[in-house]
Write a protein that binds this ligand. Structure first.
Ligand SMILES: [Zn+2]
Length: 417
């Protein structure tokens, strides 16, 4: 039997897929993005949902009037990283629309308005700021700064808006749109292997009780810049004992990041470096490494970075914090309700950022559901979720929405820790 999920998935499959890599290039405010937004609008119209856009261009489709009472919102995003997978984002949007279909098929009429959202520019692939859509409406990203962000071709977000036929002057915070969201539940493909690995360490791709997890929090996350000094000189004529080679310090920083993360039970990555002068036959006079560190515990992350800083110091390097985001905990009251509705679901923290985290930080009671990913890979065409597990995801989301929309229920705590 072909379900509405299957049909929608088949519709989306060719949009923005690169023929060579098989990966998706669905970047904000491009032609492909326009096609995805049109697709979303069409699906909402076919269901008789009222579509409104906020001042960042996020699309909200409502069943019921959210100005009467704030609603329950489900959904995610349709954009991708360069050569991304099919599931990161679209799984949440398609599951949300399939949930509407499941409620309709069951003859349900939500007592609380139900919204489906397509957040714009979640990956930040084009303009460099992740979750731009949710950050703009909550004021976490300044409107002037957003307008002036540029892509790799030097096109500003303001110009991209004009190219898409929109007036960038309207871009900005939208407290009205945010006020309509009483609760937000974002279903997302898992971006790791926690659900695909059984407690005994073996693969587990069949246990239905491990198909869907409840997200508990988003890990604390920091970025640091490490500058290692050196002295430029000739790679052929300089004696080894006379060299001050910045690359040796850089190598030590990379190695110590791995060792410190292992020791502390967190993750740390050097994924970007800059070497000066950058010649094959020149000893490096300076090397810069950017360190990304995250983990379930802030103390562990800070201890790991302290160890890297100490190692870097042995090479005369300086380490500077560039950004720090503390743990984002999802709403305690909402989590309690999800645990009641899905008693078997494992609880899972995540090392990736999401629009649900931006809304939670802003004080909107938010939560997430994660669907098992057998490869554990994300931001790559290898990202995957089996259709059985996708169906479990829709069933879980339907159960959650049915319960949350049935009646007001206990008020969420609104705690943002
Ligand atoms: Zn995502």
């Amino acid at each position: 039997m072909t379900t509405s999920f299957d049909r929608m998935w088949a519709d989306l499959e060719p949009l923005g897929r690169d023929a060579t890599t098989g990966g998706y290039r669905r970047h904000a405010w491009t032609r492909t993005d326009h096609d995805l937004r049109e697709w979303f609008a069409g699906e909402c119209a076919a269901r008789g949902l009222e579509l409104v856009e906020d001042r960042a261009g996020n699309q909200w489709a409502w069943w019921g009037d959210p100005d009467r009472t704030p609603g329950v919102v489900v959904g995610s995003h349709l954009d991708s990283v360069p050569d991304g997978g099919a599931f990161d984002g679209p799984l949440g949007v398609v599951s949300a629309l399939a949930t509407v279909d499941a409620l309709r098929a069951a003859g349900a009429r939500p007592a609380v308005p139900l919204g489906v959202v397509n957040f714009v520019d979640e990956e930040g692939a084009r303009f460099g700021i992740a979750c731009a859509g949710s950050r703009i409406i909550t004021g976490a990203l300044d409107a002037d700064r957003a307008r002036s962000l540029t892509d790799a071709e030097g096109v500003s977000m303001a110009q991209a808006w004009r190219d898409a036929g929109r007036d960038p002057a309207g871009l900005g915070p939208d407290p009205e749109a945010v006020r309509r969201v009483g609760r937000f539940v974002e279903l997302h493909v898992e971006q790791g292997k926690a659900l695909a690995v059984a407690p005994d360490g073996g693969d587990d791709l069949v246990d239905p009780s491990r198909a869907v997890a409840i997200g508990t929090d988003i890990w604390p996350h920091g970025r640091w810049r490490v500058d290692v000094p050196g002295e430029a000189n000739h790679a052929g004529t300089t004696r080894l004992e006379d060299r001050a080679d910045a690359m040796l310090g850089l190598a030590a920083v990379v190695q110590s990041a791995r060792a410190a993360a292992l020791a502390q039970g967190c993750v740390a990555t050097v994924g970007k470096v800059d070497v000066v002068p950058g010649g094959v036959n020149a000893i490096a006079s300076r090397a810069t490494a950017w360190l990304d560190a995250r983990g379930s515990s802030e103390e562990a992350v800070r201890a790991a970075v302290a160890a890297v800083t100490e190692e870097a110091g042995r090479f005369g390097a300086t380490t500077a914090l560039e950004s720090w985001t503390p743990t984002t905990s999802f709403d305690a009251g909402l989590l309690d309700r999800l645990r009641g509705i899905l008693p078997e679901a494992p609880l899972l923290g995540t090392g990736a950022g999401h629009d649900a985290g931006i809304l939670a930080t802003h004080g909107v009671p938010s939560a997430m559901l994660f669907v098992r990913n057998p490869t554990g890979v994300s931001h790559s065409p290898a990202e995957w979720a089996g259709r059985e597990d996708c169906n479990h995801g829709v069933a879980a989301l339907t159960a959650v929405v049915t319960e949350l929309c049935a009646a007001a229920g206990p008020e969420p705590t609104g705690d943002v820790r």
